[in-house]
Design a protein around this ligand. Structure first.
Ligand code: C5P
Length: 236
């Protein structure tokens, strides 16, 4: 008789950024897109997906607001932890908190790291990520780049990579738990910072698969991103 093991899905949501590029003092994650705060759109997507164990990484300023969201609206949040000075530090705090959850992950359970600021994520992309982890230790949502990219040093173009080989990666960045833990422990021990979590697994020699993301899975960074996200919602 064979037993099929359904992996549990954990989500680390880094949401501790300062939002300085938004040009406001308030956290950009509490700015509204069509009447709903960015962070709530992100949380709602994971709650509606079902069976997700989420850890939200936040800053001192917003910790009470996040805990209130956990208690009143989003039971998918299993823990709220404080972030650090960089995204890598913030995610690492989330990774370390996984083992102290009431229901901690097993080695082969899935962990998706998803920027709180990417509030246009869809269930379809989450599905692609979970499918990707069936056959890979690490995968990341991405889309083929639409633009030509140049490598530039000191204002001068050094080279023009073949566009057909270039992808823009987004989040979710996805790992089996044991590989995530090894990747972040190695990064911490060696002081490695990255804007992309899966790069930390690449360093250890893991193969990272690309799964289909979405051009609408944008990161809300500057005020025009809010308008852009609202425009996309109006069209659907
Ligand atoms: O700074 P960046 O736009 O790359 O941030 C991506 C995500 O990482 C955002 O959701 C932001 O809140 C989060 N972040 C964090 N801790 C930091 C910096 C960014 O959790 N120190």
């Amino acid at each position: 008789m064979s037993f099929s093991h359904n992996p549990k899905i954990y989500v680390i949501i880094p949401a501790a950024g300062s939002g300085s590029r938004m040009g406001k003092n308030s956290n950009k994650l509490f700015m509204e897109v069509a009447g709903i705060p960015v962070i709530e759109r992100t949380l709602k997507t994971f709650m509606d997906y079902g069976n997700t164990h989420c850890i939200v990484v936040t800053n001192e300023e917003n910790i009470n607001a996040m805990k209130e969201l956990q208690e009143t609206k989003y039971p998918c949040i299993k823990k709220v932890v404080l972030g650090g000075n960089s995204r890598t530090e913030s995610v690492n705090n989330g990774v370390q908190a996984l083992s102290s959850l009431e229901c901690p992950p097993d080695a082969n359970d899935y962990v998706l790291i998803h920027d709180g600021a990417r509030c246009m994520l869809t269930a379809n992309v989450i599905n692609n990520c979970c499918e990707g982890l069936k056959n890979n230790d690490v995968c990341v949502a991405g889309v083929p780049t639409k633009n030509t990219i140049k490598i530039v040093k000191n204002g001068i173009v050094e080279s023009t990579p073949d566009r057909s080989t270039l992808y823009e990666v987004q989040t979710p960045q996805c790992f089996k738990y044991d590989v995530l833990k090894k990747s972040y422990d190695n990064a911490t021990a060696n002081g490695i910072e990255a804007t992309d979590d899966t790069a930390l697994a690449e360093i250890l020699g893991y193969k990272v698969a690309i799964v289909e993301g979405s051009y609408s899975n944008i990161k809300i960074t500057t005020p025009e991103d809010i308008d852009f996200a609202q425009g996309m919602l109006e069209r659907t």
